[in-house]
Design a protein around this ligand. Structure first.
Ligand SMILES: *Cc1c(COP(=O)(O)O)cnc(C)c1O
Length: 230
């Protein structure tokens, strides 16, 4: 199957999930996760109309961003990998979104390093929703204090939450975890009514239906678009 066909298939799946959840198609955005994939694969996706891409590695992401900037192709770039302090400057200077904010220090650095001529860097706080020691993200109890501090940083715009829930073959358990994310998202909106909190980045190929049922506004899909990573 071509990348174009894969994308069409994913769009159909998103449309089905939206219909089942009684939501409009435009309320869920597809982020194409292009980490480790070459420019030519991304070009196929772009030709099929895809404009938002997620990258996990700073250097690789920046090289791709530079390439498309040089070719005058306007895209939206989301950093979705773990971020070390010593790499924050490049992220602040090149990306549009950072979805993996998990501490105040990295948010402060990104705000300081964001060029003031650019629009604010849009950020999501990552929640370790399944409380897995191996996963990054903050615990739910730490969300509101961190969110309040981030909302005061001048060159960032807090837009919502992201999570990578543990894979589960128990649909009831999965539904509970995803509903918990939805609750946190609503709490965040209520706590910071002045902030444009509109993004819940939740759901990948295996758990898209539950995510969309629980209010996800953005699903992140890599392998099902570009094929498996080497
Ligand atoms: C890699 C990655 C994805 C996409 O995973 P696939 O299994 O390739 O669809 C989504 N979200 C995050 C945070 C990732 O790192």
């Amino acid at each position: 199957m071509s990348i174009q066909q894969n994308l069409a298939g994913i769009q159909r799946q998103i449309a089905d999930c939206c219909q089942q959840a009684d939501r409009t198609l435009s309320s869920v955005k597809l982020l194409a996760v292009s980490k480790t994939k070459p420019i030519c694969a991304m070009q196929e996706a772009i030709q099929a109309g895809q404009t938002a891409f997620g990258e996990n590695y700073v250097q690789e992401g920046v090289e791709k961003i530079q390439y498309f900037q040089q070719h005058d192709i306007k895209l939206e770039w989301h950093f979705i990998g773990p971020l070390q302090s010593n790499k924050s400057r490049l992220v602040a200077e090149y990306f549009d979104w950072v979805e993996t904010i998990d501490r105040l220090k990295i948010a402060e650095r990104l705000s300081q390093q964001r060029p003031t001529a650019f629009p604010p860097l849009r950020v999501l706080i990552q929640i370790n929703i399944s409380d897995e020691p191996s996963k990054s993200g903050i615990l739910p109890a730490d969300l509101l204090p961190l969110a309040k501090q981030i909302s005061t940083l001048p060159n960032l715009q807090l837009r919502g939450l992201m999570a990578i829930p543990q894979e589960s073959d128990d649909p009831i358990q999965q539904q509970l975890v995803f509903s918990h994310m939805q609750q946190l998202f609503q709490q965040l909106q209520q706590t910071l009514p002045q902030q444009p909190i509109d993004t819940l980045s939740l759901g990948m190929s295996g758990d898209m239906a539950t995510a969309i049922k629980c209010g996800s506004t953005q699903v992140r899909i890599g392998t099902a678009i570009f094929g498996s990573r080497g």
